[in-house]
Design a protein around this ligand. Structure first.
Ligand code: AGV
Ligand code: CA
Length: 312
């Protein structure tokens, strides 16, 4: 059994990541934290509880979902943050009420410390939103580093173009770094092993119409229907990439944890810019700290993998 803690920020691919972690054999989810970055907190927490209630094992249903009180440095656009309301309202998640999965009494960063302290073995971290709760946990109790296996993080890019389009910014950053660059910098200062699922690889897995059609064809299988319903909420790539085009950023991060041979990695020494027009940009730096950059994914194998998980 591999133990994993998930911290997410309530986007469609965040919630699908939670679903897929529940479906993985040989993986034990030891905690879930939700941060109000690319979402509104309440629907994201409620949707998380409903996904665990619907798709989790008896053990999973004992999980308590922790809310974060972390605040943005650079907030997400409201339109994107609305997606969690739709997932939370999907009939497939609201059929069996009351929902018995509970809220954690702890704040997300404290719940992370709890989960790490409770475990005898090392716990891997899957972070698919900003790193604020991890940075705060490290500040509060630096000894948790010893309990962490590896951090899988959706964040950053070393390409010339990021995905932030915001006034007074030069467009070189990726959003999860940009939301709180100081948190990324704090984690870079730790000695945690970081697997960086950056735009280099996530750009290879846009939501495209053929993927939607594939899930539609197999919608008689409940899990595949759930994938289709979730990805009906967000815009696909049709003719060209726009600022709203949806990629499977977080799901690729989750898949790189679940099936390591789907992706290619290389070690990059890097740093995080925290101020100025490029704040939130990750850069290559000779004396920077090493990260394992995920720069390539076998696209077909990736979509086969997640669709097969949804059939389990
Ligand atoms: O930058 C990618 C991160 C991922 O964690 N999020 C979405 C994923 O959950 C922010 C984001 C960038 N572009 C977006 C985003 C878009 N077009 N719609 C919604 N969120
Ligand atoms: Ca996310």
């Amino acid at each position: 059994m591999r133990k994993v803690y998930l911290n997410h920020d309530g986007g469609v691919d965040d919630l699908v990541s939670l679903y897929l972690l529940l479906k993985m054999e040989d993986v034990e989810l030891v905690g879930v934290g939700v941060i109000e970055a690319d979402c509104y907190l309440l629907p994201a927490v409620e949707a998380s509880k409903k996904i665990i209630h619907k798709f989790g094992s008896e053990k999973d249903k004992q999980l308590k979902v922790a809310s974060s009180d972390s605040r943005p440095v650079n907030p997400f656009p409201k339109e994107w943050r609305m997606h969690a309301f739709t997932v939370d309202a999907l009939p497939i998640l609201n059929e069996h009420k009351p929902i018995t999965v509970q809220d954690s009494p702890l704040k997300a960063h404290e719940d992370l410390i709890r989960a790490l302290k409770e475990s005898e073995e090392k716990v891997d971290l899957v972070f698919v939103g900003p790193l604020t709760d991890l940075a705060r946990a490290l500040d509060q109790d630096p000894t948790i580093e010893e309990n962490i296996g590896k951090l899988y993080w959706m964040g950053g890019t070393f390409l010339d173009m990021g995905n932030v389009e915001d006034p007074e910014h030069d467009g070189t950053a990726e959003w999860n770094v940009y939301w709180d660059p100081f948190a990324a910098k704090r984690v870079w200062e730790s000695s945690i092993q970081i697997e960086l699922v950056a735009l280099e690889s996530t750009n290879m897995v846009p939501l495209s119409l053929d993927v939607r059609d594939r899930w539609a064809k197999e919608r008689a299988i409940e899990g595949v229907d759930f994938l289709g319903q979730c990805y009906a909420i967000v815009p696909p790539l049709t003719h060209y990439v726009t600022n709203s085009t949806y990629f499977l950023w977080d799901v690729l991060t989750t898949a790189s944890f679940g099936k390591e041979d789907l992706v290619k990695r290389s070690v990059v020494n890097s740093d995080v810019i925290v101020a100025g027009a490029s704040r939130g940009r990750t850069i290559k730096a000779e004396n920077g700290r090493p990260v394992d950059l995920v720069y390539h994914v076998d696209r077909d194998a990736f979509f086969d993998y997640i669709t097969d998980l949804a059939k389990k």
